[in-house]
Design a protein around this ligand. Sequence first.
Ligand SMILES: Cc1cn([C@H]2C[C@H](O)[C@@H](COP(=O)(O)OP(=O)(O)O[C@H]3O[C@H](C)C(=O)[C@H](O)[C@H]3O)O2)c(=O)[nH]c1=O
Length: 187
Amino acid sequence: MEILSTKFDEVVVISPRIFHDPRGYFFETFQAERYKENGIRCNFVQDNISYSQKDALRGLHFQHPHGQAKLVSVVRGEVLDVVVDVRKGSPTFGQWEGVVLSVENHRQLFVPQGFAHGFCVLSEDALFTYKCSEYYAPDAEHGIAWDDPDVGIKWPIEKPLLSEKDARYPRLRDVDEKNLPVFGGLV
Ligand SMILES: Cc1cn([C@H]2C[C@H](O)[C@@H](COP(=O)(O)OP(=O)(O)O[C@H]3O[C@H](C)C(=O)[C@H](O)[C@H]3O)O2)c(=O)[nH]c1=O
């Protein structure tokens, strides 16, 4: 497996080793010891799958407290996956990074605690699967607006398909500070 860096030291792209043969291909989607050797040390406790239509945009979400680290990938279609640093005191607070994940590139993205996460669907549809290091805690769920002008994410979709909840999230600057994780702290 190959680890690719992003603008954030803690956010990495994993490119698994693919084994091709005349039947098709095989690859390991997670292997605790090898992922720990590559810096992904959290223990995952929950797996999720979401299916989305073209132009759907889910996000930008984070939990605090009970912050979740996520290992995300796509098993059908293609998405632009986006993370935003929402850690109070972080030198990269409010900055974003986007990575294309697809069934073709087999890539995974590790999203650490302290980052808001979301994605938009670039293909006709997408099956998105991810591991979480903390259980779902709806009372601790927060979000920021997908189109926050201060963050300035360059989404390739002008009018995304949003849930009512996602359409109501505030700009990062309007999120109550008590709901933001602390850089370097427990989240
Ligand atoms: C996240 C989650 C949701 N649900 C239930 C709650 C709702 O009745 C329904 C849909 O939830 P929601 O609209 O929050 O789903 P997404 O918009 O895909 O949320 C996810 O979107 C972005 C991409 C993320 O990174 C988070 O993992 C997560 O917030 O599933 C559960 O039962 N367990 C869960 O862990």
